[in-house]
Design a protein around this ligand. Sequence first.
Ligand code: NAD
Length: 551
Amino acid sequence: MSEDGHYRVPTPTNEAIRGYEPGTAPRRSVREKLAELSDVTSQVPMTIGGVQRKGASRRSLKSPHRHEHTIAEYEVGTKKDFQAAVDAALKARQGWAATPFHERAAVLLRAAALLAGPWRDTINAATMLGQSKTIHQAEIDAACELIDFWRFNAHFADQLLSIQPLSDGTAWNRTEYRPLEGFVYAVSPFNFTSIGGNLPTAPALMGNTVVYKPATQTLLVASLLQRLLEEAGLPPGVINLVSGSAAEISEVVLADPNLAGIHFTGSTEVFQDLWRTVGNNLGRYRTYPRLVGETGGKDFVMVHPSADPESLQTALIRGAFEYQGQKCSAASRAYIPESLWDAMKDGLAAEVDEIPMGDPADFRNFMGAVIDKAAYTRQVEAIAYAKRSPKARLVAGGVTDDSVGWFVRPTVIETSDPAFRLLEEELFGPILTVYPYPDGKWEETLDLCDRTSPYALTGAVFATDRAAIAQASRRLVNAAGNFYINDKPTGAVVGLQPFGGGRASGTNDKAGSVLNLVRWTSPRTIKETYAPARAYRYPFMDDPKEREGGF
Ligand code: NAD
């Protein structure tokens, strides 16, 4: 039966965010699911070639806000398992690459519908439990953003495929959007379930097959998403989920001649390490691997004297402390004119010190715990460093408690040193460092903001003065890939604010946009000539007066 037809992916809209207000049915049902998942120790297998697989041993996953509570056991795979994942991806490649685009897109659209409906509570609850997100943070990430990734990517890929060359009447020119020749390695971070869902599926949508290594802390939700994708119709071997030592997985995967791309989100350090290894192995690959990495940030809030103090304060609190500051886009340094800072800091400190924090199962909390002991220790050390320093002063928070979970109170530090370490380094926790700059030094402080950190992910300017906004926008043109005017630097929405940064923050391939999807195809140009030439001679050669003999 013919399948001809220019099928168009339905125009997407952003998934509506549920409010989970007290007394509502969605709140009750997500709570039930959370209790259900909390009461069991889930088993988290690897999935290779569509088969659930055990490793050589098992390890337990703990909840960040109750670190003695085992929520799941995951498999520690061996090099044999990782090689099996590469082989399974290569085996599935031909069939998946030959599957028509609308069939591949339909899998993602169905996955989006399953996540919006019957799977929503499960994926949200697993994110709350495993990553210590409040229901709101889980909802905007694990449900809405991932649904948006799947729906919008299908739509953007459809648009990409429709970009075709011109034809001049003698031939029909076409662009075929082939998948890359080989397999893609997807590696995701702990902090966004949606990124874990997007990194393997974006290349898969374009016809690639994938070896997928989720962040260990997210293995519970990652394996649930794998089940969801299977239910949506993803064929075996298209996405192969492995777990175990990241270094061992990479050793096997990066050595394979068929590595065709890496889709990474995580720290700058790990991405640079992957890039170096690929560089060292360059001679053995059949094709140049595409390297796409979105990495760290030291995101700024740059404040002009004309800023509205109330919206600034709310942006600082939400931008710096939602999800415990563990967003790559979290506000972690602010430049505020001294006079404005003096007027606002007591109010800011009072509001920050009141922020409710604890187990996300208690819906009154605004914050949960940081992800693990290493993250906790990093915050403890940073706070101790600031307390010791004569150039810094604690304005709010500074209290940590690891008796039950990895809890770090939201912390505001003020420094008189524009090169203070905490203004430069990514801490990835709930610490905001403020540099109050001398009134009148706006332009110099723009320069300072631009050069203080190696990152360039997100940043915000707060001002009501139009000229100041324009000046900041120009002067900070390369300081952020996502630039906000009078808004917090977090909360990018798929389809509305394509996300990614430059400098040490990544390759800026804008996840959830057509720019990212382009990286997962290797276009083939086809020219089909209607009436091929039958003689090699050109008319210019036919001049009878030209002297004979050539040269
Ligand atoms: P991470 O770099 O520690 O880990 C990311 C992933 O890399 C994990 O799956 C980890 O197991 C894996 N990994 C570690 N060593 C590896 C190796 N040798 N080979 C292959 N994989 C390896 O980062 P994280 O703590 O999970 O996430 C936080 C970081 O991610 C922060 O730096 C944050 O800024 C960044 N991030 C960036 C964005 C963005 O869009 N720019 C989004 C989210 C997170």
